[in-house]
Design a protein around this ligand. Structure first.
Ligand code: HGY
Ligand code: MN
Ligand code: MN
Length: 408
């Protein structure tokens, strides 16, 4: 059974983690940023070193393939993302991206005669600076020009301004991919939760991926002088937002034990210490294993926000995101992953994913599977994100064996 070059994969992960590294240990590589360009150049150089061709589409999704496989379809796909959350960790996305590249390098080095080619992919903006799972969603569904024109990043920048002259984007039309060109997708990823480590297991075989909802809740009050405006006369948008946000834990609990609700961004205007806040914008992230659960969360946050706004004498505007459905993984791909674990003698368990992944979009057009490795103390989306190197190598070997079984 061929194996990956573990030292090379670990060295690649260390090298990529230096791009966008910040004092204090975190990594910031937001989609279409200068750090993103550096990381993509680095990835392109790795492809060239391995004799692989790199192409990219109108959204910046990148595909690495062997020149001999040019145009050969259907192909087996694997990959993930290299963009990060602000001050994130070194493995979320990068691990699955580089492991897929390592598998393609090993297949190339061994000159394996495969019935179907294997391709390694990098999806743009998985972390949703402009939109949930932005690149893989557009790859599968396309985007209308007006959708793209309306997209704004967490820093308030317009997508279509920021991606101007972005060197890793083509002028290709952003139309849905032909499903016939893909013969299956496998994504390797860190668990980003504590289950595998607590169970002392090597590999998670993902059964399903949680549904994603959320959106923008804006409370609109009235700007007033902080010193001269009596408390009862105020229409303070932040007071209303604060009241609303404290209800999130019980709103989630009312829907189910697995429902989660987060406000990770709160923006005030005019954002001045001596002005009563006129506007408070809360960005909400809502998740639940069922679509009905997310619909219930959306309804609950809207009802509660309107009640709170009424009480505070302010207005409220709710702009829900498009719900990304919970996604079951393909049974056949799950079995292929289990077989690969057993061939290597690695312990495993089937488990759901509480994090969203590009696999959610790929699964709508091709049989898709996901492989997890343990995350130390379940931590992720933060600088302390860590997985033991030998566990990283194990996961990549399961990926290689799985891809070879699907491509043969
Ligand atoms: O938010 C998520 O679950 C993923 O990391 N984008
Ligand atoms: Mn992430
Ligand atoms: Mn990820």
């Amino acid at each position: 059974m061929i194996e990956i070059n573990g030292d090379r994969l670990l060295a690649d992960l260390r090298a990529l983690s230096r791009i966008g590294a910040r004092d204090g240990g975190g990594i910031s590589r937001t989609a279409f940023s200068a750090e993103d360009i550096l990381a993509r150049r680095w990835y392109r150089d790795r492809c060239q070193e391995a004799g692989l061709k790199l192409t990219f589409d109108g959204l910046g999704n990148m595909t690495a393939h062997h020149p001999d496989d040019e145009g050969r379809t259907p192909a087996v796909w694997s990959g993930s993302h290299i963009d990060t959350v602000p001050n994130g960790g070194p493995l979320d996305g990068a691990y699955g991206t580089l492991a897929a590249l390592e598998c393609l390098r090993r297949i190339t080095e061994e000159g394996l005669p495969l019935a179907r080619p294997v391709r390694a992919l990098v999806f743009t903006d998985e972390e949703g600076n402009y939109g949930h799972l932005f690149g893989s969603y557009g790859l599968v569904n396309g985007y209308r020009a007006e959708d793209l024109a309306g997209m704004v990043g967490r820093d308030g920048d317009r997508l279509i301004d920021t991606w101007q002259d972005f060197p890793f984007r083509s002028e290709q039309p952003i139309t849905p991919l032909d499903p016939a060109t893909v013969a299956g997708f496998i994504e390797l990823h860190i668990e980003q939760g504590p289950k595998l480590e607590l169970a002392g297991l090597d590999i998670g075989v993902v059964s399903s991926i949680v549904g994603l909802g959320g959106g923008r809740m804006e409370f609109r009050g009235r700007a007033d002088h902080a010193g001269t405006t009596p408390m009862p006369l105020r229409a303070d948008a932040l007071q209303a937002a604060a009241d609303f946000l404290t209800t999130l834990p019980q709103l989630a609990a009312k829907v189910s034990d697995a429902a989660v609700a987060t406000c990770g961004i709160l923006r005030l205007s005019p954002d001045a210490a001596n002005v009563v806040p006129e506007r408070a914008v809360c960005t909400l992230d809502l998740r639940e294993p069922s679509r009905a659960g997310i619909v219930a969360l959306h309804a609950a946050v809207e009802t509660t926000a309107r009640e709170v706004a009424e009480r505070h004498g302010v207005d409220v505007v709710w702009e829900p995101d498009q719900i990304i459905d919970p996604t079951p993984m393909d049974a056949g791909k799950q079995q292929a992953i289990r077989d690969a674990c057993d061939a290597h003698g690695f312990s495993r368990q089937d488990m759901p994913s509480g994090a969203g992944h590009d696999s959610q979009n790929l699964a709508t057009i091709t049989p898709t599977g996901m492989i997890f490795v343990p995350s130390h103390e379940g931590r992720s989306h933060c600088p302390v994100e860590y997985t033991d190197p030998e566990q990283l190598v194990r996961g990549a070997n399961v990926l290689l064996t799985t891809l070879l079984s699907l491509a043969s």
